[in-house]
Design a protein around this ligand. Structure first.
Ligand SMILES: [Fe+2]
Length: 237
């Protein structure tokens, strides 16, 4: 494995991502052109809409029905992008929402969340369930997006993911992001691919920007971390 995408919405008919097996295959082939050879399926999970059990049954059926039709030269794994609210903590067991055979869970927070509230949720996930949250697209949380805010999340026990197109933005946002990317606080990159029309980043152009601004080492480290997630290393740090 060289290029692993740990954040996608490519399981057909699971969420606002791919709507058919054909669309998923087209998107996977597009990622393959850029060298992606391992993909995690991380459909949205909202605890206010569905029980964990019902979601897992739906996700596993979508995987069983579709993966055998997908390109064979790509490694696939299952996960979820879990929107964390207080309601999630009423579930007895959330282990199946983690990336397969790991205790790492892609975690989405409310966009207006404060640093204090985000850290509180991270600590509860760790203490109540032994789950290590991977905070999805950290660039989307304005209150958290500073060296101090992201450091607080990491100190609370989270790992941080940024979307590969997070530097394709205006000057001031990019400057802020580069500072955070350079700080070593980001562990993962993901495309967050939804469909051919929605959030389908130009992987080559985005990678080039990241390597240009942050260096090959940063990019290589993120890919190494993702590889370790795919081979189910218990402690990837
Ligand atoms: Fe996503």
């Amino acid at each position: 494995m060289k290029y692993c995408d740990i954040h996608t919405h490519l399981l057909p008919c699971m969420d606002d991502g791919s709507k058919s097996v054909q669309e998923s295959i087209a998107l996977i082939n597009r990622l393959k052109v850029y060298g992606v050879d391992a993909i995690a399926f991380t459909p949205h999970y909202y605890s206010n809409q569905e029980s964990v059990e019902s979601f897992i049954a739906r996700r596993d059926k979508a995987a069983t029905d579709s993966i055998h039709q997908f390109p064979k030269d790509v490694v696939y794994t299952l996960g979820a992008e879990v929107f964390v609210t207080d309601l999630l903590f009423s579930a007895d067991d959330i282990s199946q929402l983690c990336y397969s055979n790991t205790n790492y869970m892609l975690t989405e927070l409310s966009y207006d969340i404060s640093v204090k509230r985000a850290c509180d949720l991270v600590e509860r996930l760790r203490c109540n369930y032994g789950v290590v949250p991977v905070i999805a697209h950290v660039e989307r949380y304005p209150e958290v997006l500073s060296l101090k805010g992201v450091s607080a999340l990491v100190n609370a026990g989270a790992l941080i993911q940024t979307n590969i197109d997070s530097l394709c933005c205006g000057y001031f946002q990019r400057k802020k992001m580069i500072k955070i990317l350079d700080s070593g606080l980001i562990s993962f990159l993901g495309t967050d691919t939804h469909s051919l029309k929605k959030r389908c980043p130009d992987f080559a152009e985005c990678s080039r920007k990241i390597i240009n601004y942050c260096g090959k080492d940063f990019y290589g480290n993120c890919m190494q971390m993702a590889q370790r997630l795919f081979v189910n290393e218990v402690d990837i740090l």
